[in-house]
Design a protein around this ligand. Structure first.
Ligand SMILES: Cc1cc2nc3c(=O)[nH]c(=O)nc-3n(C[C@H](O)[C@H](O)[C@H](O)COP(=O)(O)OP(=O)(O)OC[C@H]3O[C@@H](n4cnc5c(N)ncnc54)[C@H](O)[C@@H]3O)c2cc1C
Length: 271
């Protein structure tokens, strides 16, 4: 049995859309990223925890956190090191700016190929800003490896395969896949442990475990990244403002509940 696994964790720096203040939106309805604190995408932390649990049981495991973004995204790599990851790769280049999910997953897949030897890639199911849940599956497709989506818990690790419980809308499913495999981790998986004081002190002023790669380092074809490689365009953005035009006050009396149910039935909201 292996003494350790080679794991790549994908982590995206996102604006903290759960803490939206009054300056969060610009007048044109687009997000004012500067007014929102930057955090690690929450489900990427669930993915990191799964990797750290493997390292707890197989101490020779090597965890590399990979992010694509602006130079500031190196912060998420540091957060990974503070929690127990071994190194971080920052993929940053002007050529990659404006990439949609197709171009992002291509660049990420190229970076993973550049890492070379790995058993599994763990990533979040979905990013809270882009919200597409496409990058993981697209990267797996480009790498030509199996994928397990919506993972909730790793149930078993064997020499050449992994068994994972998936969280589905209607229940759970347990599946097995051979290595190398890409796994997207669901928010219902175990939360990530907090920073470890020892790892924090060790890595706070040490930049030697953070590696910065450019588009040329990962040998991307220029027309497959950035705006040139992104067939998706944002056509129009509408701000949806919900307004209560009519309201009715009801108490918890049997009569009021009866009235409410009759209303809902007559409006075909209940049927
Ligand atoms: C026309 C267009 C232009 C865009 N221009 C820009 C731009 O200029 N700048 C910009 O920041 N965004 C831009 N975006 C958004 C960008 O395409 C998405 O943020 C990106 O492709 C990831 O998609 P997502 O957020 O839906 O991630 P999802 O597919 O929901 O993410 C799933 C998981 O994949 C991993 N992942 C996703 N993205 C990254 C990443 N960057 N690094 C590491 N792991 C990752 C994470 O583990 C994440 O949990 C643009 C989008 C469009 C459509």
């Amino acid at each position: 049995m292996k003494k350790g696994f080679k794991i790549i964790v994908l982590a995206k720096q996102v604006p903290d859309t759960h803490n939206v203040g009054k300056d969060a939106m610009k007048e044109d309805g687009t997000m004012n990223r500067a007014a929102l604190p930057a955090i690690i995408n929450p489900e990427d932390l669930n993915a990191l925890e799964q990797a750290l649990r493997i390292k707890d049981n197989y101490p020779e495991t090597q965890i590399t956190v990979l992010t694509m973004g602006l130079p500031k995204a190196a912060e998420v790599l540091k957060e990974g090191l503070y929690r127990g990851a071994d190194k971080g790769i920052l993929l940053t280049d002007r050529k990659l700016g404006g990439s949609d999910t197709l171009a992002t997953s291509y660049a990420i897949a190229q970076a993973i190929k550049n890492v070379g030897d790995y058993d599994m890639v763990l990533c979040g199911r979905q990013a809270i800003d882009g919200d597409t849940a496409q990058v993981g599956p697209q990267a797996a497709e480009k790498l030509g490896i199996p994928q397990i989506t919506y993972a909730e818990e790793i149930e078993n690790l064997a020499e050449s395969s992994i068994t994972v419980r998936r969280r589905l809308e209607s229940g759970v499913e347990t599946v097995r896949a051979p290595f190398p495999v890409l796994i997207t981790v669901h928010g219902s998986a175990a939360p990530c442990r907090t920073r470890n004081a020892k790892f924090y002190m060790k890595n706070k002023n040490d930049e030697s475990k953070i590696f910065t790669w450019s588009a040329d380092d990962i040998k991307v074809e220029d027309d497959k990244v950035g705006k040139a490689g992104s067939p998706t365009t944002v056509k129009k953005i509408d701000s949806v403002v919900l307004q209560a035009k009519e309201s009715k006050k009801l108490t918890d009396s049997d009569n009021d509940i009866d009235v409410l149910i009759k209303d809902l039935l007559s409006n075909h909201i209940l049927g």
